[in-house]
Design a protein around this ligand. Structure first.
Ligand code: ALA
Length: 496
């Protein structure tokens, strides 16, 4: 039994499989495209929404306050260690299954299954949070044109409970207030339709969207700069180190995505060179942007005001800060532009992850760990429609009823766990196959992977206990599914 759980796919077999003509994708992307794809997947709800919770805290955690800037640095360092490990794997095994494939080759089938199951949290649950945040900014954007979307149609039940008067103003059926987030499910439904009908990941469209994201964040910085007050940075860390750590664990969400570029590995012209550049380059660029945005954000809006506002409102922090600054000339126009840019940014992230999730299911189904129907391709559109629709329905329904903070926490714990396993994988493979050619070598092994493991675990420790329980339950469910299905049907079973 132990042998079966540890059965591994050989790296050579994996590489060979991807080289058969019927499995070959078109290699069109260069290093610039990969960096842009990385930024496209990274900049979204994290910087536009979670920085509010990270700075202010909530019922389950202390806020970082202006030390949010430090939280961003700490998280960047942890992600940096993981990114270096991802880069080694991605250059060595340029296969679209990402961490799932890497662990199948290094740590064995059980761990690969756990990672694949865990990646559902990163991709699908992450998108639930992004969809909710999309709705918040969309509401602000159309609000600028005088179109008011009622709160009961754009909020989940639990968030509604802390917004004074919301339940009273909602329609009631049998005395029960009706509250759900129609915006969040709406955008997920739209994206699902687009993906089923077939959207080629167009690097050009992505680059345009990334350009817009960066312009909008740049505008926030340039406009907000003049409204910063250094006294707002006092006290710098109102909740001490605990607040900084909790803040870092939340803003980790803003960095998720640099790893997602590994899913286009088979479409990159020179993956051995371009993937490490894409992973590390996009991470560095986003880190610099985030730190500057965090400085301006915490400089504009005092910590106490932020705490008070977020306790009673749905959070869309960047426009909230601009509104607080009360800019006299063009103030509403700037708010509108930031809200619009944010809507575009969120849409790009939703697309990448909503596209990535079916690919991971696809790889798992091809290996026999999930039903073969998951690997079905639509006869006309040539897209994995079964898994795309399944992902869309699950993400859409969850987005209608859940709160963004809960979903962010769950995404973070799941993704941090995946990062840890990738770092472990590097240590294992260096020992097991020291002579395998490595186009990119993680520097200072074992220090970097070990530091990656410790720092990611440290961030996990900054998440609320309820998140740990939810995560444990999710993993337990995964094990039940594996032992009742994949274990018996694995493609490697016949070979062991
Ligand atoms: N990093 C992505 C975002 O912030 C997931 O939306």
């Amino acid at each position: 039994m132990l042998n079966s759980l540890l059965r591994r796919k050989s790296l050579d077999a994996i590489l060979q499989e991807s080289e058969t003509p019927q499995h070959q994708l078109k290699r069109t992307l260069n290093a610039f495209d990969v960096v842009m794809l990385g930024i496209g997947a990274i900049v979204g709800a994290g910087i536009f929404a979670t920085i509010g919770t990270a700075a202010a805290g909530d019922a389950t955690r202390p806020g970082a306050g202006p030390a949010l800037i430090l939280s961003f640095v700490i998280t960047a360092v942890a992600c940096g260690f993981a990114a270096l490990c991802y880069a080694e794997f991605a250059a060595m095994v340029p296969i679209s299954g990402s961490a799932y494939t890497y662990s199948y080759a290094t740590l064995g089938e059980l761990v690969a299954w756990i990672i694949g199951w865990d990646l559902i949290i990163e991709y699908a649950v992450g998108n639930v949070a992004v969809a909710i945040s999309w709705g918040n900014y969309f509401k602000t954007f159309v609000g600028g044109f005088g179109l008011h979307i009622p709160d009961w149609l754009s909020t989940d039940y639990r968030t509604a409970a802390r917004i004074p008067g919301l339940f009273e103003s909602a329609p009631h059926i049998f005395g029960i207030p009706i509250v759900f987030n129609i915006l969040a499910i709406g955008i997920v439904a739209l994206i699902t339709i687009v993906l089923v009908v077939g959207i080629r990941e167009s690097a050009t469209i992505n680059t345009a969207m990334v350009g817009l994201k960066l312009i909008v964040l740049g505008l926030f910085v340039v406009v907000g700069w003049g409204y910063m007050k250094t006294e707002n940075w006092e006290p710098f860390a109102p909740n001490g180190w605990a607040g900084v750590q909790a803040g870092a664990a939340v803003v980790f969400f803003a960095y998720i995505g640099f790893d997602a570029v590994t899913t286009v590995a088979e479409e990159v012209r020179d993956p051995k060179r371009d993937l490490p550049i894409g992973i590390i380059g996009s991470l560095i660029i986003c880190t610099v942007i985030y730190i500057v945005v965090a400085m301006v954000f915490t400089g504009i809006i005092p910590y106490s005001v932020l705490v008070q506002k977020l306790a009673t409102e749905q959070a869309e922090p960047l426009t909230m800060a601009l509104q607080y600054a009360n800019i006299e000339r063009w103030g509403n126009v700037f708010v509108g532009i930031v809200a619009f840019g944010s809507v575009v940014a969120h849409t790009a992230v939703l697309l990448v992850f909503q596209l990535g999730q079916p690919r991971i299911f696809f790889s798992m189904a091809r290996d026999g760990l999930l039903p073969q129907s998951f690997a079905r391709v639509h006869p006309r559109f040539r897209t994995p429609h079964v898994t795309t629709i399944l992902t869309g329905v699950a993400v859409g329904v969850c987005a209608m009823f859940t709160s963004i903070d809960e979903m962010v926490d769950l995404t973070n714990i799941g993704t941090l766990f995946a990062f840890i396993l990738v770092c472990v994988g590097i240590l294992v493979l260096r020992k097991r196959e020291p002579n395998r050619p490595r186009a990119f070598k993680t520097p200072w092994v074992p220090f970097v992977p070990v530091a990656g493991i410790i720092s990611c675990f440290y961030l996990m420790m900054g998440l609320p206990w309820i998140t740990w329980i939810r995560f444990a339950l999710w993993l337990a469910l995964g094990l039940v599914v594996y032992f009742s299905y994949g274990y018996k049907r694995s493609g490697l079973r016949s070979q062991t």
